[in-house]
Design a protein around this ligand. Structure first.
Ligand SMILES: [Fe+2]
Length: 391
């Protein structure tokens, strides 16, 4: 039986950031907590956000203790502040870290206890009304009903997940806020979004609705990521990346992500590796491992990626060309190689493989995957260096 959830309203378009005040008011806000990071809180575009809240007559506070790979104790601390300030609506402004932390805080405000208490436990009550404003075109967190948080004690990524109670009320997808995104983030976050779409499409639990969304996202992202990377002021490319990333979010949250995310979560929780970087490094290697499990679907992925298909090509050839295309994309985007992450060495591989195999995301990966398979993928990524095996 397929189950498809989507309840977040999406306001998409250039300049829509300035609607946040009116929208917050319509949602019944009187006191808003804006969750963002220190850097973003000092940008000109952030003034557009706060001015909109002021123009709507809303009082607000700005909370900036957001780190990459948000931590459970920071979510608990932010919740205490929000309670003291009588906050009744949360606005998340940032990438996946700000949005996931904001969603966790919104859940804790209505459900009590601490972040760790809700690891894979259904919520008792709907989260506090939350508006998500993505600034990276990557995570899709603005439309997902999961919050992925680092449990620093266990060096582990935990998830608060509830398809009916952890739903952002509104996503404001305004590509203009991404115009200043640095090249490295444009690349890594964009490949994160591409990974969402590819893993959603090829997952064991994919369904027809997620398939159509995932293929659309793969096309949009692959046609625009280099344009956005090479010219960050290309608003059309930025808008297509924003839409593609949001569509990929709706797809994967109703299907699943797989082994790429299992490794990325493992090294993110353990070494603090940025999520997008972890995904980018392993995407081609996991795709290569997965192809045999569903050649037709990986051929579809290749076509959506823009691979030129000639009459003599078999489905296997087309699928392999898709893997090569992703590896080429990584190279063009200057994605680091595994060896470039000098804090990860072969002596860590056994434990990374073991933790990745135990991650629930492995269950729905396109192909059954074991600890030994993860070890092969890690060794291949390490010895091949900068995707040399493909390009
Ligand atoms: Fe992701």
């Amino acid at each position: 039986m397929n189950n498809f959830y989507h309840a977040t309203r999406i306001l998409e378009g250039n300049g829509t950031l300035k609607e946040v005040g009116n929208e917050a008011k319509l949602l019944g806000a009187t006191k808003v907590m804006v969750v963002t990071d220190d850097f973003l809180s000092k940008t000109p575009v952030f003034s557009t956000l706060t001015k909109s809240l002021e123009d709507a007559g809303l009082s607000y506070m700005v909370y900036t203790n957001v780190k990459p790979n948000p931590r459970s104790e920071d979510c608990d601390a932010a919740t205490v502040v929000a309670r003291e300030e009588n906050v009744d609506l949360i606005v998340a402004f940032g990438g996946g870290s700000a949005m996931d932390q904001a969603k966790a805080v919104a859940a804790l405000l209505t459900n009590g206890k601490t972040c760790r208490d809700w690891d894979n436990v259904p919520l008792d009550h709907p989260m506090l009304p939350t508006i998500c404003i993505p600034t990276t075109s990557g995570t899709g967190s603005e439309v997902t009903f999961v919050s992925v948080i680092t449990d620093t004690e266990r060096q582990f990524k935990m998830s608060i997940f509830d398809p009916q109670k952890l739903i952002p009320a509104l996503a404001i997808c305004d590509a203009e806020v991404t115009l200043g995104l640095p090249k490295s983030l444009t690349a890594a976050c964009g490949i994160d979004a591409l990974t969402h779409a590819i893993e959603a499409y090829t997952s064991k639990v994919a369904q027809p609705i997620t398939d159509s969304l995932a293929l659309t996202a793969i096309s949009l992202i692959s046609q625009n990521i280099l344009k956005a990377y090479e010219d960050g002021s290309n608003l059309e490319a930025r808008q297509n990346m924003m839409i593609g990333s949001t569509i990929a979010g709706i797809a994967f949250i109703n299907s699943n992500v797989g082994a790429v995310h299992a490794i990325s979560e493992t090294i993110g929780g353990w070494f603090d590796t940025p999520h997008g970087v972890g995904n980018s490094i392993f995407l081609p290697y996991v795709m290569e491992f997965n192809v045999s499990a569903n050649v037709k679907k990986f051929a579809d992925v290749a076509v959506a990626l823009g691979v030129e298909v000639t009459p003599e090509m078999t489905k296997e050839d087309i699928a392999a060309a898709g893997v090569k295309k992703v590896a080429e994309l990584n190279k063009q985007l200057n994605i680091p190689a595994l060896k470039d992450l000098s804090y990860i060495t072969p002596e860590h591989f056994d434990a990374i493989a073991e933790r990745s195999a135990k991650n629930m995301l492995s269950d729905d990966n396109a192909r059954d995957i074991t600890k030994e398979d993860y070890l092969d993928i890690l060794n291949k990524a390490y010895t091949a260096g900068r995707v040399i095996s493909y390009v």
